[in-house]
Design a protein around this ligand. Structure first.
Ligand code: DWN
Length: 421
């Protein structure tokens, strides 16, 4: 490549405490810097609007040793997944359908019954385990967020309202609670102690059990310029190669992997104590090697692409406002917080955001303070345009908002490039 990489990246701050979250090497190179950003799921009350909002550096780096992409700053989990954490999985119907299908498949493949035990790490509001409860299969949720954990219990899902750690795994094993199946969706990338988390899975998983883990795929993030999925909750951005390396360090083995469209492109991993790797894994690792995902220059122009998208979206919104158009947004999503802060979209452009999650109503978006309302406000106010922050559910949202569309409303989809539909 003729372009000097020096333009795109710089060695992570030279400090002894910045080591790769997986392999502990210190050769990390920053290739994308979003500046100091607010916590994306810390939606603000009226009172909090009057107080300084915590912001933290958000820099993405590549490990030259194990090719893991990761952010440098670790915000204390207690601050991120605090009492007010308001992400409830069950307000996304598409995610519920996706989860129910997954449960049906696993129950059949693993021949689960009343003597089995299924444990989910980061079980949120019982969005997935509820389907095991319906089938009479014993299950246990583990989640540190108070609100979602309480909602899970109300669905009849037994839930430990705490963080999953290796220590907790050892305690559960001591109580005879080892799992035939461990689910862990959108959590492996969230934990500060990545290796401790994997060791906890190793401890908790029965000899012939399977861990079924879903995780955003860094290849889709780069291919579709999904820079908005970068935030402090997501400490790591995994490739299959980096995942294979991580689990092997602990004598766990990635036996199978499936690519999924959920959340902008994810992987579903099937991990066991036995090394029986299928073509699905070796094929993706070979593809990644051919693409160069295990090399830094694969990420070298990501920052430029994000900047181009920012400029294009700013231009579109400015043009619409100059024409006197009204614009609202749909989906008070974590990714939405990253997008509006990185693109710098203020309340002078977006009048409000709507969301189906009741816990978010009456609050304000991090960093830009847009007010969050119920989706019914769209029909009451009928803004000319609707910026879809939850673009990963765009089909569902377009289907759901047919009346808004019938009355002339138009949608702006920002990722992978801004377009109006
Ligand atoms: O990793 C994470 C992902 C899986 O979920 C978490 N750290 C945080 C969260 O990220 P997110 O908020 O970007 O995820 P979603 O699921 O894309 O957020 C969608 C938002 O849109 C939610 O607030 C729910 C809302 N929504 C809605 O109002 N109507 C969603 C759908 C599908 C709808 O029809």
């Amino acid at each position: 490549m003729g372009i000097s990489l020096a333009r795109y990246w710089r060695p992570a701050m030279q400090s002894n405490d910045i080591k790769c979250r997986s392999c502990k090497h210190s050769d990390l190179k920053v290739f994308f810097d979003l500046g100091d950003t607010p916590l994306v799921d810390r939606f603000l009350t009226e009172e909090q609007l009057k107080q300084p909002e915590p912001r933290y550096p958000l820099q993405v780096a590549f490990c030259s040793n194990c090719s893991l992409v990761q952010i440098l700053k670790t915000v204390p989990p207690e601050e991120v997944f605090c009492d007010a954490y308001s992400y409830y999985s069950s307000f996304s119907p598409a995610l519920l359908r996706h989860s129910e299908e997954n449960v049906h498949e696993i129950v059949a493949e693993e021949k689960l019954d009343g003597d089995s035990l299924v444990i989910e790490l980061a079980s949120n509001d019982g969005y997935l385990l509820q389907y095991y409860v319906q089938k009479g299969i014993p299950c246990l949720g583990i989640d540190p967020a108070n609100g979602p954990a309480k909602a899970a219990e109300e669905k009849g899902v037994p839930t430990l309202n705490t963080f999953f750690t290796k220590k907790l795994a050892e305690q559960l094993k001591g109580e005879g609670k080892t799992a035939d199946v461990i689910h862990g969706n959108n959590v492996l990338a969230h934990v500060a102690d990545t290796n401790g988390f994997v060791l906890g899975i190793k401890t908790l998983l029965k000899e012939n059990g399977v861990a079924v883990i879903e995780i955003p795929y860094v290849r889709d993030l780069v291919d579709h310029c999904e820079f908005d999925t970068i935030y402090h909750e997501h400490l790591c951005y995994f490739s299959v190669s980096a995942l294979d390396s991580l689990f092997r360090q602990h004598q766990l083995y990635l036996n199978e992997v499936k690519r999924l469209s959920i959340h902008g492109g994810s992987l579903r991993l099937y991990i066991r104590h036995q090394n029986n790797q299928s073509d699905s894994v070796t094929k993706l690792i070979e593809e990644e090697r051919a693409l160069g995902i295990d090399r830094l220059d694969y990420f070298s122009n990501f920052s430029d692409r994000a900047r181009e998208l920012k400029s294009s979206l700013q231009g579109l919104l400015t043009e619409l406002k100059s024409e006197g158009k009204t614009i609202a947004a749909y989906g008070a999503a974590a990714k939405g917080s990253t997008l509006i802060n990185y693109v710098d979209i203020g309340k002078n452009v977006i009048d409000f955001v709507v969301d189906r999650t009741p816990h978010k109503h009456g609050l304000h978006m991090p960093g830009k303070y847009w007010p969050i309302f119920r989706t019914e406000k769209l029909i009451d106010d009928q803004p000319d345009y609707l910026l879809i922050l939850a673009w990963n559910f765009v089909e569902e949202i377009l289907e759901q908002q047919q009346e808004y569309r019938r009355k002339g409303g138009k949608f702006i989809i920002p990722i992978p490039e801004p377009k109006i539909v």
